[in-house]
Design a protein around this ligand. Structure first.
Ligand code: SAH
Length: 213
C-alpha cells in the first residue's frame, strides 16, 4: 500500500487530462489528485493506473474510467451535507471521491466478492461510508430514503422506479441508461410527481445485473 512522489506526479498529469476534457469542478479535481487509484486496481495494471481508462477488477467488473467518475461527480454538484446512495461499489474508487466531499455515503454492491474486498479495503485508506450494503441496487435503500443524490455506476437497462421514489424533492438521480452503450441521464425531482430529465451524452458501463452473486 505504497503511494510515492512518482504516483503523485502521474495523478497531477491525469488531472490535466481531465481538465482538458472539460472537468472544471475544483473539488473533483482535488479528489482525483489525492486518491491513490493504483491501490484500487489489480497490481498487473498498476503501471497504467493513471491513464484515463477503465480496468478489470474482480468478479468480471471494472473500475470506471477517471473521466466518467469525474463527470458523474461534477454533474451531481455534491455538498458536504448530502446524503448519497451509490449503486455499484465495485473497487470503491467512486465511493472515495464522494467521501472526499465529506458527504454521507451508502453504497450497494451485488457481487459478494467485491462487497467483501472493498468493505475491508476502503476503511484501511480511511474512507468510511456510513454503510456498505451487499444487495440489489434495483431496489435502492428504502430504510435510509430519501436521498439528496443517487449515483448509479453500472449500465441500467431501464430506470428503476424505487430509485426515483427514494429521492428528496430537489434531489438528483444520475444513471447511465441503455444496453450496449448508455446515455448518461440526470433526473431532478421537482415535486412529488414531477421529474426533470436531462440527457448528457454517451458512456460505456458494465451492465447492471439482477441476480446477486
Ligand atoms: N464505481 C465502481 C464501478 C464498478 S462497475 C468503480 O469505479 O470501481 C459497476 C459495479 O456495479 C460492479 O461492481 C457490479 O458488480 C455492480 N452492480 C451491478 N449490478 C448491480 C446491482 N443490481 N446492484 C448493485 N451493484 C451492482
Amino acid at each position: 500500500m505504497k503511494d510515492t512522489a512518482k504516483h503523485q506526479g502521474l495523478r497531477n498529469q491525469l488531472v490535466k487530462v481531465l481538465e482538458a476534457k472539460g472537468i472544471h469542478d475544483k473539488n473533483v479535481l482535488k479528489a482525483i489528485s489525492k486518491i491513490p487509484r493504483h491501490l484500487f486496481i489489480d497490481s498487473s495494471f498498476e503501471a497504467h493506473a493513471y491513464q484515463d481508462k477503465a480496468f478489470p477488477i474482480a468478479a468480471e467488473q471494472t473500475i470506471s474510467q477517471p473521466y466518467t467518475v469525474a463527470f458523474q461527480s461534477q454533474t451531481l454538484e455534491i455538498k458536504p451535507t448530502d446524503k448519497i446512495l451509490e449503486i455499484g461499489t465495485g473497487s470503491g474508487y467512486q465511493t472515495a471521491v464522494l467521501l472526499e466531499f465529506k458527504a454521507e455515503v451508502y453504497t450497494i454492491e451485488r457481487q459478494h466478492e467485491l462487497f467483501k474486498r472493498t468493505s475491508s479495503f476502503l476503511p484501511r485508506l480511511h474512507y468510511k461510508p456510513k454503510r456498505f450494503i451487499f444487495g440489489d441496487g434495483y431496489k435502492g435503500l428504502q430504510e435510509q430514503a430519501p436521498f439528496d443524490k443517487i449515483i448509479v455506476t453500472a449500465g441500467a437497462p431501464f430506470v428503476p422506479k424505487p430509485l426515483l421514489a427514494q429521492l428528496k424533492i430537489g434531489g438528483k438521480l444520475l444513471i447511465p441508461v441503455g444496453d450496449k452503450s448508455q446515455i448518461m441521464t440526470l433526473f431532478i425531482r421537482k415535486s412529488n410527481k414531477e421529474f426533470e430529465k436531462q440527457e448528457l451524452g454517451d458512456f460505456a458501463f458494465v451492465p447492471m445485473l439482477e441476480e446477486k452473486n
